[in-house]
Design a protein. Sequence first.
Length: 139
Amino acid sequence: MQSYRKELWFNIPGRRAFINITPEVNKCLQESGIKEGLILVNAMHITASVFINDDESGLHQDYEDWLERLAPHEPISHYRHNQTGEDNGDAHLKRQIMGREVVVAITEGSMDFGPWEQIFYGEFDGGRHKRVLVKIIGD
């Protein structure tokens, strides 16, 4: 069995964003040479997410609206976490909802996706460097 590891780095200037990282993950798969196995893609920061869904702008805006209703950024005094001097209590909750990682099967050197599926990096507290781990194992 082979193993491949790479970190993808992001610095989103705004507070929130959804970035399609499927091309970067696919590049990692090609670099690995692995034809059969699994890819783990996970956010290595507690206010960011990795998830799979459709790359459609209306859906992304629906996510943005839905997440803001569930965990609004303001008032920041609403979150006990922010009493530590932070202002990102909402970002921790948004990450919890959207998830930390995804696992994708590899078959014949390609990611096994359903129709329209893509991998996304979700940023909920931007403005600094954060990383995503890509770990591929297989043959």
